[in-house]
Ligand binder design. Structure first.
Ligand SMILES: C[S@@+](CC[C@H](N)C(=O)[O-])C[C@H]1O[C@@H](n2cnc3c(N)ncnc32)[C@H](O)[C@@H]1O
Length: 321
């Protein structure tokens, strides 16, 4: 099968096009304000003015990617967010096989909304993975502190140096060994014989050449301004998660919020089947163009003995559609 990309609303697509108990795992990075990917805010982000997106100040002469400001969400937005993660928990519960895992990127301020929705849906909480990454969130002095020298040694909240990834699982049918036999799910693939998958994920940012691949994949015409997806995740991280998600190295991985396709590229690079769904037409076009090139990037994950067959076939990796 390889991979299948769908341009649409994942809630509708999953209900209409996939049977229950279908997917072996979900690896995804969802919208967090929910409103940040509403059409009007995406337009404001693309224009660089207003809305929930802000551009952090330049650092060392490097331009920064836009970040959504989650602190501006009001009570109605938060209610909508809670509703969103309830609906997501329900649909993933139905579409996952028993024992299927969900790896879902989150944020310190809002991860309890995911947990509430997923707990209520009947998914089991298994861990919070820590991805070490220095972000530009938090650590700021109080607004207007320049008028108050006595506040200069104060920051409103910690500078954020890690990204949480919640790990959930649809309950097993029977014991783990029985579930593995029946559904090929329930456990996590070990990193090697002497090291299990761990919940501390290596430090790192998205490499520049991956961002360039995605920017070049923008479907706009040659003379229009092109920007990469603002939330592009690195291939080394996505391959680490995708590898862990299929305990027996078989099955189909779903990313219902595909963005520019980093999960699908990671699955493809490791030789796994995947389905990616994306609402926004521009990001969808970006994913279509970027996935083959992102899948060609080298990371340490495919050097694992598990993937010797892929090393041999690597020439064919550029042949997929
Ligand atoms: C945080 S981004 C994912 C970025 C991705 N990690 C990458 O590497 O490019 C979330 C994506 O979900 C999409 N999205 C939001 N609501 C959606 C929905 N209901 N169905 C499908 N996609 C949706 C947004 O357009 C956005 O591209």
């Amino acid at each position: 099968m390889g991979y299948d990309l769908i341009n649409g609303n994942s809630f509708e697509v999953l209900e209409e096009e996939f049977p229950d108990n279908h997917f072996h795992a979900v690896v995804t990075d969802p919208p967090y304000g929910v409103i940040e990917f509403a059409e009007e805010n995406v337009e404001k982000m693309r224009d660089g003015v207003g809305g929930v997106w802000r551009i952090p100040p330049e650092l060392d002469g490097n331009e920064r990617k836009p970040l959504p400001r989650f602190t501006v969400l009001d009570d109605d937005d938060l209610e909508m967010l809670q509703e969103f993660f309830h609906k997501l928990g329900d649909v993933l519960y139905d579409k996952l096989r028993p024992g299927g895992h969900v790896f879902i990127a989150s944020t310190q301020l809002l991860m309890h909304y995911v947990s509430n929705g997923f707990d209520d849906a009947g998914l089991e909480r298994r861990d919070v993975l820590v991805r070490e990454t220095k972000t530009l969130r938090g650590g700021d002095r109080p607004k207007g502190a320049h008028d108050h020298p006595e506040f200069k040694d104060v920051s409103s909240m910690p500078r954020v140096y890690w990204e949480p990834w919640l790990l959930y699982r649809k309950p097993l049918e029977g014991k783990l060994t029985e579930n593995l036999e029946e559904w090929q799910t329930g456990g996590l693939r070990r990193e090697s014989d002497d090291r299990p998958f761990t919940d501390l994920l290596e430090d790192g940012k998205t490499p520049k050449h991956e961002t360039e691949i995605v920017r070049d994949a923008h479907p706009a015409g040659a003379d229009e301004e092109k920007e990469a997806h603002p939330n592009l995740k690195p291939q080394y991280l996505m391959r680490e998660l995708v590898h862990a998600s299929l305990p027996l190295q078989e099955g189909t991985i779903l990313d219902p919020f595909m963005g520019s396709g980093s999960t699908i590229a990671a699955a493809h690079a490791l030789g796994y089947d995947a389905v990616g769904i994306e609402l926004d037409e521009t990001f969808y076009g970006m994913a279509e163009n970027a996935i083959p090139r992102l899948a060609d990037v080298d990371t340490p994950v495919e050097d694992r003995p598990d993937f010797e067959h892929i090393q041999k076939d690597s020439a064919s990796l550029t042949d997929f559609s």
